[in-house]
Design a protein around this ligand. Sequence first.
Ligand code: AMP
Length: 401
Amino acid sequence: MKNVLVINAGSSSLKYQLIDMDDESVIAKGLVERIGIEHSMIKHKPTGKDSVQIEKPIGDHVKAMAYVIDALIDKEHGVIEDLSSIKAVGHRMVHGGEKFSSSVLIDEEVMEAVKENIEIAPLHNPANIMGIEACRKIMPDVPMVAVFDTAFHAKMPREAYLYGLPYDAYTKYKIRRYGFHGTSHSYVSKKAAQILGKDVKDLKIITCHLGNGSSIAAVKGGVSVDTTMGFTPLEGLVMGTRSGDIDAAIVPYLMNKMGMNVDETIAYLNKKCGVLGLSGVSSDFRDLWDAANAGNERAKTALDVFCYKIKKYIGAYAAAMGGVDVITFAGGIGENDGPVRALACEGLEFLGVKIDTEFNHPLRGRQAVISTPDSKVVVMIVPTDEELVIARDTCELVLCG
Ligand code: AMP
């Protein structure tokens, strides 16, 4: 058994999956919530056994990791005999900066470099690093790999990653487009090509990852040549609670008007905007549709703005690649929300996009082609699997390479 443990650590949460890489099956998965806060709990789902949910004080990520291991080896709910069954750990790391264009085996030098990136990713990297450090304390002899959200976008051309700022801003302060959700865009573009029986090298694919955080990538010949998220995950599409693209001059104007400091402004743009801020209802698309269908105009507007932005980027990326063969939808919204897919593709007939309304129903995360047989562009739902990408990279670097 080649078991790989995949860890995705947030500031107060830790998601995990144990995957048997012999057949890529998930043996167990779960989530530790509210780390360091009252009512912390672990939700553990062993495959083929009953799920458990245990509430107990979990003060930090080291305790959280210890409980994850306890759950995995527990006599009743466990799935492995002992720690020695875990051959490697793969960690999701949000920001790799320019230094990491692929996954790496974690050593002291890598830890130094990812810590240097905290400056450009203060909202994400510290939590990921806490996850790695906790794991290294609990499992000091198990090899670990860092898999970066930014890596798939590392080959973007200069014209796509440079902003219109003085060049010094790039060379001195590393300000450029990095792009995120790379594991998802990479997985989905390859999977789409595989489903269609084509070589990804021969395809121009626009991958729409639509979840709480949303981004689109232009994938030409298997390489990400542009993507909507930028220096941070705040840029691009309108998201659940993030603003997406806005005129930079709005930021100081808002700070003045609302009396906000820098931290409050960043929190506002990340947590209070997007469809939540537009609708005043929710960031969850099920709530938005319920409200819109009940006549709530602001909810309807939020949905319209969200879908229009997707359509706009699809057009832009078709232009960037000189055409488009495939459009994919993934993520909680992309996989489940038929009306959003239809609205986002409405009016794209000039590009050769024709959606088959019969097949565009909510398919509960199943893979499907939703364009008509005569559509020039194939439109597909391709459920993403970021944990599997992390496990595969980890396996390749540690166990299989
Ligand atoms: P993710 O971040 O990929 O887990 O996506 C989470 C989001 O997917 C939620 O906030 C919802 O807005 C959306 N979502 C999940 N299930 C559905 C559904 N059945 N219909 C519409 N939206 C959904």
